[in-house]
Design a binder for this molecule. Sequence first.
Ligand SMILES: Cc1cc2nc3c(=O)[nH]c(=O)nc-3n(C[C@H](O)[C@H](O)[C@H](O)COP(=O)(O)OP(=O)(O)OC[C@H]3O[C@@H](n4cnc5c(N)ncnc54)[C@H](O)[C@@H]3O)c2cc1C
Ligand SMILES: Cc1cc2nc3c(=O)[nH]c(=O)nc-3n(C[C@H](O)[C@H](O)[C@H](O)COP(=O)(O)O)c2cc1C
Length: 603
Amino acid sequence: MSNYTDPALLLFEPHERDGIEKLVNGASPFKLAWLSGYLAARGWDGFKQENLPSMAAEKSSVSDMQPVRILFASQTGNAQSLAEQLHNSLCQAGLSAELTNISDFKPSQLKEESRLVLITSTQGEGEPPESAESFFKLLSGKRAPDLKHLSFAVLGLGDRSYEFFCQAAIDADRHFSDLGGKAFLPVQALDVDYEQEANAWSEQLVSVLKAQQPEESSFAIASDQNVPASAEYGKQTPFKAQLLVNQAITSLGSAKDIRHYEISLETSGIQYQPGDVLGVYFRNNAASVDELLKTLSLKGTETVQLDGEAIELRHALLEKFELTQSYPKFAKAYAEHSNQTQRTSPLRENVADAVALRAYLAERQIYDIVAEFPCQLEAQDLADMLRKQQPRFYSIASAQSEVGEEVHLTVRTVEYDAFGSTHYGGASGCLASLKEGDDIRVFVQPSEFKLPKDPQTPVIMVGPGTGIAPFRSFLQHREQAGAQGENWLFFGNSRFCEDFLYQQEWQEWLRSGLLTRMNTAFSRDQATRIYVQHRLKEEGKTLFEWLQRGAFIYVCGDASRMAKDVHQALIDVIAEHGNRSSEQAEAYLDQLKQEKRYQKDVY
Ligand SMILES: Cc1cc2nc3c(=O)[nH]c(=O)nc-3n(C[C@H](O)[C@H](O)[C@H](O)COP(=O)(O)OP(=O)(O)OC[C@H]3O[C@@H](n4cnc5c(N)ncnc54)[C@H](O)[C@@H]3O)c2cc1C
Ligand SMILES: Cc1cc2nc3c(=O)[nH]c(=O)nc-3n(C[C@H](O)[C@H](O)[C@H](O)COP(=O)(O)O)c2cc1C
């Protein structure tokens, strides 16, 4: 005889057991089946009533454990790579985290989040990156959500040379708090040399989040999940490429020097998409570096320490440091030093006032400051005052389907006279001086600025000046792909005869039908100035029809005035031809932006 007793029977008293036995013994299989369903339904109702509070409690502990959402808003990839590193660290620490580009995040989703980390750069004049515009608009607008349930942390990347240092991060932090959120950590605003401080911040955040995590978490995910593979060539590891072509595409009479560059990517395996940008590291001008060394009574052969490595000073000045842009860190340290050596240095007065310092630095390169206040300096002191060179970015002007292992750029040389000599921009000046066969260090920075997936979709491209670059890439790509969608280009520059960039190429594409329409605005060819925004308004009726038909609209080039004027012109066009108020027209544009049908690449 078995000692086994059905555990269910232990639940019942002997008289209850008898009742059950009586009911089921001899019942037909159909009756038994019906009875089991009936009892299950009765039992489940009661079970729900009794257990509701504890189930709700379980649910809320689950939602507290939502993955940490790491949102990044980045223009040139810095915030993105920090976000990727943080995501990696959180995963390695056994914490659940989701990495999301802010352009893929619906702002309305914010109210669903319980733990959020935002890493954002600041662009324009204290504005968030293009991809984060709708997010910031929601935070500061009337429809801002209640964020009492939100814990958050904000990391900002910026540049102290700008008036509104890390403003986007500061604004986001304030909005989150004002809407009821609680900060894990105070907002952190970092300058261009951000790596070390960013690492420290990430470590701190990991400890704070770990401390909140229950001992055993079923949410920990493997450290290699969702972590993008690092490419062979990138910001930290640029490719040494060879210059193939350096050709002026403005004529000699032009007020501007705009050049077309072709660079070989052979052997690198580097791939890019239309709309991506190229990061360029450059060599500072050797004559200017030698002049600076002479002024500071340095030979250049001295050895300095940089990132734990010994390097010859002259080489470091040529390749590693920023000398054409000036910045507060240098001015302050140099003023301090020159004050010790020259007791009455007027540089100190400028440094004391942030507004005066900005105005002073805006007009001067590092070379100018040193020339104005010569002094004697140890090589290492100089190295410690300088900041590391930041790559410059250029919209890629070619499509790989057309040019293979090459990349083309359209670059305006920064060139101006000041303090008795001609000054050049670091990267654009270096590029302009390169000859065929010279090398240049580059890497591809993927961008959000992308053609529609559907090749039938019509596109409208607004690209005055060097803003034309990505549209050459778009058209090359569409031609190669045999895309049937219509293409409409708005181009502007100073004068038709001197400044019509890539004129022949557009004309050929107009002839072949690839380019459906083209409107130009040469601002100085008549008494009144005409810009692309005027052409957009003149063509308002057709433009609105294109938008209604699903066209994508792209704007590239100057951020300070052009992009704002074009934005306003689009609002005017939509209001007039779509019979809408300005607010409704703005909402229409916002909707296009959300759908990635209105994209900007402005600088
Ligand atoms: C995403 C992106 C895409 C871009 N695409 C393009 C592109 O396709 N083509 C293009 O040409 N540029 C493009 N740019 C701009 C480009 O990255 C550089 O900013 C530009 O070439 C200047 O860099 P530079 O190194 O030559 O000059 P820098 O060395 O950076 O500048 C020199 C210094 O001179 C000062 N200065 C400049 N002009 C004057 C003046 N007139 N008077 C007094 N001081 C002055 C400035 O304050 C600056 O500090 C893009 C930028 C971004 C962010
Ligand atoms: C066109 C332009 C405008 C910028 N404006 C600001 C600014 O107003 N304030 C600031 O702190 N930094 C400003 N910066 C500096 C960037 O925020 C900084 O380089 C940052 O590291 C870029 O990060 P990202 O690559 O993630 O966009 C600007 C940079 C560019 C190229």
